[in-house]
Write a protein that binds this ligand. Sequence first.
Ligand code: NAD
Ligand code: UDP
Length: 319
Amino acid sequence: MKRVLITGAAGFLGSHLCDRFLREGYHVIGMDNLITGNLDNIEHLFSEKNFEFYNHDVTKFVHVSGELDYILHFASPASPIDYLKIPIQTLKVGAMGTHNLLGLAKAKNARILVASTSEVYGDPQVHPQTEDYWGHVNPVGPRGVYDEAKRYLEAITMAYHTYHGLETRIVRIFNTYGPRMRLNDGRVLPAFVGQALRGEDLTVFGDGSQTRSFCYVDDLVEGIYRLLMSDYAKPVNVGNPSEISIADFAEEIIKLTGTTNKVIYKDLPKDDPMQRQPDITKAREILGWEPKVDRSEGLKRTYDYFKSLPEEKLYKKEH
Ligand code: NAD
Ligand code: UDP
């Protein structure tokens, strides 16, 4: 039986990856220090004989007994309010955490896939973003702690590939959504849905003309699985190219939830990217992948999940 280590396992994406690899017949070792994740996301896995969980901070030396075939490194705060609250930990998990996992992959002769992000493109001046665009990042701005941590993650991963011959994969993930996002994580979808469910106005930052392109989690997981199994070591964008302004997105959430509350406008956070859309030509050509779930279907599934949560989660301010 093949063995895979998934870091960030108690988070949104990590928990869905654990589900997928268990379904594919792997022995899954989940690792997380629960700084932004929650055991509720993987509670259903504790009875599975092929699942183990290590509560561990990956910025500290990482030890796993036995063989490993694959490592998926997803540990990192991911939402702007999380990484602004814990900036040093964000830099450390991207730098020291990634270094530890690359060292582990080398020791175990395992293939490693690391989670990068569309944030490596910063506030992009090329649209849509292709993998050969180098980006437009403010290293000393508020988002620099996340963007630069991820740029370092890519650089050190490529160095292990080039200098040690390690089998590495780099996925550049664009805004992904779905069940198990934290309602209070500040990202736009849980923010709007939480506001609608609590009967509050929806807070659009800036004039709402900035764009994002939202990918449903099942599509992302499929893209990651295919990339891991491919022989392609350079970064690959995985995201849904369907682009929408944040103002229009707020209207979609208002329709979906049937809320009678309105949109209010707040200041745009510093360095908030004005437009973002993945060019997925590479994913199409190399992985034979493209998204299958359109936004109306994905939003419906996600809203059903949020509606099913106990009421106290709706009003929980802090993680
Ligand atoms: P998340 O916050 O839900 O999950 C991250 C998990 O990592 C959490 O469970 C957290 O406790 C854990 N973690 C953080 N620091 C750790 C450490 N030092 N040691 C061990 N565990 C640690 O976020 P997510 O949305 O699931 O994101 C997962 C990964 O995907 C991140 O690396 C993120 O940068 C990347 N990503 C996500 C998106 C997205 O749209 N969701 C987009 C681009 C990139
Ligand atoms: N946003 C917003 N209202 C909110 C939360 C976010 O208008 O309550 C905006 C935010 O300024 C950004 C977009 O929605 O332009 C996406 O934000 P998110 O934090 O989800 O992702 P990221 O900026 O990292 O892509």
